[in-house]
Write a protein that binds this ligand. Sequence first.
Ligand SMILES: Cc1cc2nc3c(=O)[nH]c(=O)nc-3n(C[C@H](O)[C@H](O)[C@H](O)COP(=O)(O)OP(=O)(O)OC[C@H]3O[C@@H](n4cnc5c(N)ncnc54)[C@H](O)[C@@H]3O)c2cc1C
Length: 484
Amino acid sequence: MNQTLRPEAGLAALEARLRRDLEMLQLPAKDWVPALHRGGERVLDVAIIGAGMCGIAAAGALLFRGVSHIRLFDAAAPGEEGPWVTVARMDTLRSPKTLPGPCFGIPSLTFRAFFEAREGAAAWEALYKIPNAVWQDYLSWLIRVLGLPVAHRTRLVALAPEEGLLRLTLDTPEGPRRLLARRAVLATGRAGAGGLAWPGFVPRDLRPARAAHAYDPIDFARLAGRSLGVIGGGAAAWDNAATALEHGAASATLYVRRAELPQINKGRGSAGPAYLQGWDALDAERRWQLIAYLHDMQAPPPHETVHRALRQPGFRIELGTPVEAVRGEGPGGGVVLSLGGARPREVRHDFLVVGTGFRVDMDAVPELAAFAPHIARWGDRYRPPPGLSRPEMEAFPFLGPGFELTPRGPEAPPELGLIHLVNHGAFASHGSIASDIPGVAEAGERVARAILRGLVQAEWPAIRAALEAFDEPELATTPFFVPR
Ligand SMILES: Cc1cc2nc3c(=O)[nH]c(=O)nc-3n(C[C@H](O)[C@H](O)[C@H](O)COP(=O)(O)OP(=O)(O)OC[C@H]3O[C@@H](n4cnc5c(N)ncnc54)[C@H](O)[C@@H]3O)c2cc1C
């Protein structure tokens, strides 16, 4: 903790510096978007779904550009947006602490500025990696200091075309609400492009009593003294195993298909400007080669996570051991896993965690049901050469340069292009900028610029008329003034 300043005082000083930075940069720009009304209702310029870091990045970039009639909607409670304090089970972020975060290029909005102001410079030096809750505090602070208008506990349940606009249906604490927006940004996170991946060989009815996905809420206290089986070798599989053991589970065994763990995190190797800003400059063929390569390489679990699990005596891992089938025992029993690999057999556990990540499937995004059949996927736009087919990746939507959905065919509603998918589904088209922290500022800038350009096109007559009505006399105090 800061030795000389109370945390609130440190943050107050930072916020004063931020106000001055914004004043010097003349941010935010004055709103210039002509108000649109439809049927007595003021239409939102942009509805942003999700107030996690991508939603924050998009909202801030829009506000700074003078697009201020926006609203963010998040299903979560305040301070619980994103995975960080709910289903993220690692101790710290994988990323280095030096990540600037969605700071819009302004030093006083960086994670480091926030942390040093709140905890002191010595604490910054001592910090190894960012604890999840601290990262969440930083994101909440951004929402506050940027004055982002977030409606929490509000879930988007449907988006539908309505005469050149988008009709949103929202579930709110006060009941269902419908409103109109010119554009929608879906910043709905890793699960926002098709939900959690659940393998077909695991009966769904085992969930939640005897099985859970690694990103489900899990009452780990219930697993004390029990044996846990975990499918998968990714970070979440390891962190769920470690969390269960730390809560007193008797054992946790990971079953991993691969004979060895991936060794290199190519995500880190591609976290520089060439990939973050240049990915979508590549043609489909070269992008596809990259997509297939990264898909095949996969990422290792963070070494901190591996050490954390290995510290627990009940931890076990079986590499080269695919799980081929799962069945539940009789009432009150556990789960039985049929294993393949070199030692095929059946094993029994009290509980199963499925660590198989996220799915991308536009047909499985409830809020996009009205548009799903018309959304172009990579498989519609690009035919990979022999050997490079990756069906999982062909399901990714084929997005335009501003993250907008693109039509599969001429029968698609034109409003489809008013929806910007700034979530994990953007990976194939734009790289990791809407998935991981290093690129999030670029994602916000890119979508805001595209929306601005779309608004200028849509509102050109009114914007042009405003210029003609602009009448500040520049020469009023000179002999050349001609009164009009
Ligand atoms: C466990 C975990 C650890 C990670 N660690 C790192 C890391 O160390 N470094 C890194 O670079 N990246 C990491 N990532 C990847 C990435 O940074 C995070 O997934 C991050 O949360 C992505 O931000 P986001 O804004 O896209 O989505 P989120 O933070 O998930 O925010 C999406 C928001 O949308 C809301 N939402 C979704 N659907 C709706 C709806 N229909 N209506 C209303 N609201 C909705 C959700 O409530 C949520 O708050 C991690 C991801 C996970 C899952």
